[in-house]
Design a protein around this ligand. Structure first.
Ligand code: 4AD
Ligand code: MG
Length: 463
């Protein structure tokens, strides 16, 4: 055994009679003057192990410190449990208190706090059943992403977090600078002189690893990135974070159909992985928050995703009798109300929309021959809306160059990207999966702030 004994393993053990030792945090303490029942949790599993202590065997001061939230080490004999809900328990022989938690002031002394309140104590909320379950599932999903791509021969490419180009246009950026904010060096025309800044130019936190990912794909053929991305938009919604994680595969020789197939297989694999590996956590979350959770997860596995074009989707929305806040017209950038109507009411399964108007999509998407649309694809999920955005990329130098000029994107920031179209260009495609939106989907939670340990949203970076 490496390190300590895990409660997860002990609860599944049949080796009664053996001396064992657990380390963890007290969830509850019940009992009477003679006997104490101490439920200990170490985060390895949602369940606690029950430790039974004969009050007479321990000194008073130690037992007094065994309160909810305290950190303890308990050694004893693993015995069959007479109590309900567990097969084994520990007959305690030694109790050591690592850290007390004053019952008068410990914020999680009582159960049943709201998720809103727990957000204000993000430093302690991992100690609740809910957040334990969510963060274990978040881990499982991250691991499953790496497994999926590794099994298919993709290479994990680390793209930079600090970027010198702000050309992707995916959103407002956070500046990275070491200049004195009160007295920055100025150019003759009064603008800040970033040539004196750390990197000798303006730099920002990346909004996406895609452009650098494309450079990798045009050499290693299949790559993926998995890293933090940053958007300084003031979107205070249950589905937006200012700092979120994105998985971005990029593949040479994939067309839009291959891209859709990969997206659908990835999403199905991730769902089946957590269904298999996170049963207890899913059961807990569905009982507490979303009774339909398991059905919803299974429906992703059991159905082929619907694949339709944007233009057809607009027709469906127009002929529906829904009252949308944003009126539907060809050219509209679909809002989440439209996406959710298509997925939840019309088709009742995941939908992949393709061939969007070029005016609402990024410059790098492959232009269709109609001159109006691009080979974009968005995957829309029930309860979430857009979970994936991607496209086949424009590999033709002249067409890409023209588009960059039309949109007045400064070429000095993008010369390296354009060179890939000059030297050995290849058809290629890719997409970005919003990791937290995926965690939202598999946990059934309603707010993206509850599926990342330390959410970054407008006016919130306390922890
Ligand atoms: O659609 P987006 O902006 O696409 C890109 O950034 C492309 N460069 C991806 C690519 O083709 N490689 O973002 C991709 C996904 C969205 O579908 C959504 O799931 C998630 O990232 N996302 C966000 N998640 C949380 N908070 C935000 N503010 C998000 N913005 C996008
Ligand atoms: Mg998008």
């Amino acid at each position: 055994m490496l390190g300590r004994e895990k409660i997860k393993n002990l609860l599944g053990s049949k080796e009664t009679g053996k001396t064992v030792e657990v380390k963890g945090w007290v969830r509850t303490r019940r009992g009477n003057k003679k006997i104490a029942f101490i439920a200990v949790n170490d985060g390895s599993v949602i369940h606690n192990i029950q430790c039974v202590a004969d009050v007479a065997e321990f000194d008073e001061e130690t037992l007094r410190a065994v309160t909810t939230g305290a950190c303890v080490r308990i050694k004893g004999t693993l015995v069959e449990s007479m109590g309900q809900g567990q097969n084994v328990e520990i007959q305690a022989e030694e109790i050591e208190i690592y850290g007390k938690a004053d019952p008068e002031t410990y914020p999680l002394q009582k159960k049943g706090h709201t998720l809103e309140f727990l957000r204000t104590i993000a430093h302690l909320r991992p100690r609740t059943n809910t957040f334990g379950a969510i963060f274990r599932m978040r881990h499982a999903l991250a691991f499953a992403c790496h497994k999926f791509f590794n099994d298919y021969g993709f290479h994990y490419l680390h793209t930079p977090i600090i970027t010198g180009s702000d050309a992707e246009g995916a959103g407002e950026m956070f500046r990275v600078s070491v200049l004195d904010p009160i007295n920055p060096p100025l150019k003759e025309n009064g603008e800040v002189d970033y040539s004196e800044d750390f990197f000798g130019k303006e730099t920002n936190l990346t909004v996406s690893g895609q452009l650098e990912g494309e450079l990798g794909a045009l050499a290693l053929t299949e790559i993926y990135t998995f890293g933090p991305t940053f958007r300084a938009e003031n979107s205070n919604t249950p589905r937006h974070l200012a700092e979120f994680w994105m998985i971005e595969p990029e593949m040479a020789f994939y067309d839009i159909k291959d891209n859709m197939d990969l997206a659908e297989s990835l999403l199905k694999f991730l769902v089946s992985y957590v269904l298999e590996k996170c049963k207890d956590d899913i059961e807990f979350l569905s009982k507490m928050y979303e009774p339909e959770l398991i059905n919803r997860l299974n429906s992703v596995l059991d159905n082929d995703f619907i694949r339709i074009g944007y233009t057809e989707a607009i027709e469906i929305l127009k002929s529906s009798n829904e009252k949308f806040e944003f009126p539907v017209n060809w050219g509209l950038d679909l809002q989440s109300e439209h996406e959710r109507y298509l997925v939840e009411k019309h088709f009742k399964k995941p939908v992949i929309l393709t061939d969007y108007p070029s005016s609402i999509k990024a410059f790098y998407m492959k232009q269709n021959d109609d001159g109006k649309t691009v080979r974009a694809m968005d995957v829309l999920f029930p309860g979430i809306g857009e979970i994936i955005g991607g496209s086949q990329r424009e590999e033709d130098f002249d067409r890409l160059n023209r588009r960059i000029e039309e949109l007045n994107i400064p070429k000095k920031d993008l010369w390296w990207y354009l060179e890939t179209r000059k030297f050995g260009t290849a058809p290629h495609s890719g997409f970005g999966l919003g990791f937290e939106r995926m965690v939202l989907f598999v946990t059934g939670m309603g707010n993206i702030r509850d599926v990342i340990p330390f959410p970054r949203t407008p006016k919130n970076a306390e922890f």
